[in-house]
Design a binder for this molecule. Structure first.
Ligand code: NDP
Ligand code: 8X3
Length: 252
């Protein structure tokens, strides 16, 4: 029987690329995101190109009741999740702490930290029942270091870093592998979301160097997923060649 992977935040960027990479590998896919039309379109595209089964579930990871409703009641055989990629996440705003917008802070903490927790609790219990599984959290170099005005986003990704290590400690005894992938600059919708639709500001983030593409991160995730069952690649930092740290980028 084909394996099943759940990818959160698959409607764009890294999540979409991961869904295609796992689909090409033969995984049946549960894909999530809030944008219903994009999710349905992606589901059809994945079914056609990868010839796999796809279950699109549109919900907000910040809403515990929605997460429980959709993931706590998966129709058979979709409950038999082999791989979870906790990818849904975002940065909102880039302000010094004294000018921070409370709603931006809450969106980041609720999505990047609490949403990841809500999904992980349900799925880790499925994996414990099955006796195996693999969870891959998308952290960030912002979870390893901090940059000016990145305060709350960096804190949320530091939380993902701590949770990835904590989850590994809690779950390894159930034969569940927990990994974290920490990308540097990847050109996706990330900066458009951070700058609230200001396309010019978003484009300037990637000016003068070659950023990572979402597919670069998907390849790394595929490598982690394909590692033999006794191998857990627990933590990977991936940056563009032109980037040497969270705020060190060689722009020509
Ligand atoms: P995108 O904005 O392209 O994708 C983000 C995805 O997350 C979308 O599918 C979005 O779906 C989903 N999402 C956001 N909020 C919610 C929510 N409340 N409920 C459900 N889904 C949600 O950005 P990326 O692909 O770049 O980001 C993916 C992950 O990678 C994030 O965790 C980000 O922090 C991390 N990352 C990104 C880097 C980069 O430079 N791009 C670098 C390091 C880490 P929808 O809007 O449909 O709900
Ligand atoms: C995204 C990378 O450097 O914009 O996590 O925080 S960065």
């Amino acid at each position: 029987m084909a394996k099943i992977a759940l990818v959160t935040g698959a409607t764009s960027g890294i999540g979409e690329a991961v869904a295609f990479a796992l689909g090409r590998e033969g995984y049946n896919l549960i894909i999530t995101g809030r944008r219903v039309a994009l999710l349905s379109k992606l589901a059809k595209n994945l079914e056609t190109t990868c010839k796999v089964k796809v279950l699109p579930l549109s919900f907000d990871v910040r809403e515990l009741s929605q997460v429980e409703h959709y993931l706590g009641n998966l129709p058979s055989p979709w409950g038999e999740i082999d791989v979870l990629v906790n990818n849904a996440g975002l940065a909102v705003g880039l302000n010094p702490i004294n000018n921070g917008i409370i709603d931006d802070w809450e969106r980041m903490i609720d999505t990047n930290v609490k949403g990841l927790l809500y999904v992980s609790k349900i799925v880790s219990n499925i994996m414990i029942r099955r006796g195996f599984g693999q969870i891959i959290n998308i952290g960030s170099i912002a979870g390893k270091d901090v940059y000016p005005n990145g305060n709350v986003y960096c804190a949320s990704k530091h939380a993902v870093d701590a949770l990835s290590r904590g989850m590994m400690m809690d779950l390894h005894k159930y034969n569940i592998r927990v990994s974290q992938v920490c990308p540097g600059a990847v050109e996706t919708e990330f900066s458009n979301v951070r700058f609230k639709g200001d396309a010019e500001k978003a484009a300037s983030v990637y000016k003068g160097f070659t950023p990572l593409a979402a597919s670069d991160i998907a390849e790394v995730i595929l490598f982690i997923v394909k590692a033999p069952a006794h191998v857990n690649i627990s933590d990977v930092v991936v940056m563009p060649t032109a980037q040497a740290g969270v705020s060190i980028i060689d722009r020509k």
